[in-house]
Ligand binder design. Structure first.
Ligand SMILES: [Zn+2]
Ligand SMILES: [Zn+2]
Length: 323
């Protein structure tokens, strides 16, 4: 028997999504999104008044404290954000539990011997997967909890197969596999081991370590010194340098086809759109908010995803909360 796979958007059923939408409209951005480059047309947002309290953190003093990504930093960051959040509190609480579980998985895996080929390391990943299934069962939406309960009944062989399927062909709707593989693949990438069992994809919008798609993009370094644009991999969380004005999906280079949208309330996160392929990715500017941890701030800026979808854009890779 094959384990039940998650269908649709990971993490959120329709009811939850409708709820999210209502949260955004009630407490949403409240103001226009302002396009950054001169070529973009301003887009008005007709959202209700109010402030999404998490956004206040964007006004903190910029500090050049960008450091290497670690799950420890991600957990600290989400704790700082969640304590001030209102609108997206449930979402951040859930992601907080996931990040804590992932940090634990990373810690136990780092104490063991890994080969770097997922098929041969599967045994080491089983406890982590079961931990994440329990997190989803206890803290996830009904949709995710139902999936977790079914998978907790599945055999090791079936669960192994689910992880392998994901590894060979990653998909952002496979929440459990993606969340389990991330800390494993991060460790492998940090050790510089070549990821076994993956077909290498040399395109510049694919991860140098594992050929994964970008989860997000971020700018690091101070603007006056010329900041560097990087992509963070959705599969292994490693990052790589990427050209500044290029679509992360179809590699469109014409600046007139590329749009950048941000909210004054959320100045360090922007939506980067492409009119050629109609895809988007969210970008975090660490020169605006050095305290940000892109992986976490990307999730916390959920209203921008709702907005982008309403404009007809598709996200290159959904994050672990399904947005
Ligand atoms: Zn990767
Ligand atoms: Zn494109």
């Amino acid at each position: 028997m094959r384990p039940q796979q998650q269908e649709g958007r990971a993490g959120f059923d329709l009811e939850t999504r409708a709820h999210m939408r209502s949260i955004i409209h009630l407490e949403g951005l409240g103001t226009k999104l302002i396009p950054n480059p001169v070529d973009s047309e301003p887009v008005s947002l007709d959202l209700a008044q109010g402030t999404w309290s998490i956004l206040g953190l964007a006004n903190q003093i910029s500090e050049d404290v960008n450091m290497k990504f670690t799950l420890d930093r991600a957990v600290s960051r989400i704790e700082a954000l969640a304590s001030k959040a209102s609108g997206a509190r449930d979402l951040l609480d859930f992601y907080h539990h996931v990040l804590i579980a992932q940090r634990g998985i990373y810690g136990s895996l780092s104490r063991g011997a890994l080969i770097g080929d997922l098929e041969r390391d599967l045994r080491a990943l089983r406890p982590g997967l079961r931990t994440l299934l329990k997190v989803a069962r206890d803290q996830g939406t009904e949709f995710l909890a139902d999936g977790a309960r079914a998978l907790l009944e599945a055999s090791d062989t079936d669960l192994d197969e689910m992880l392998l399927d994901y590894w060979e062909n990653p998909s952002d709707v496979q929440f459990f596999a993606k969340a389990t593989v991330q800390p494993y693949a991060l460790l492998i990438a940090e050790r510089g081991t070549k990821h076994g069992g993956r077909v290498a994809d040399m395109r510049e919008n694919r991860c140098r370590s594992c050929s994964g798609k970008p989860q997000l993009t971020y700018l690091e370094g101070q603007e006056q010194e010329g900041s560097t644009r990087r992509m963070q991999c959705a599969t292994c969380l490693a990052s790589w340098v990427f050209r500044r004005v290029v679509c992360a999906n179809c590699l469109e280079e014409n600046p007139r086809k590329l749009g950048y949208f941000s909210s004054p309330d959320l100045a360090h996160v922007r939506v980067e759109t492409c009119e050629t392929c109609k895809y988007y990715i969210k970008g975090v500017d660490l020169s605006v908010l050095g305290l940000a941890v892109p992986l976490v701030d990307e999730v916390a800026a959920a209203p921008l995803d709702i907005w982008a979808r309403e404009q007809g854009y598709t996200k290159i890779e959904l994050n672990l909360v399904g947005l």
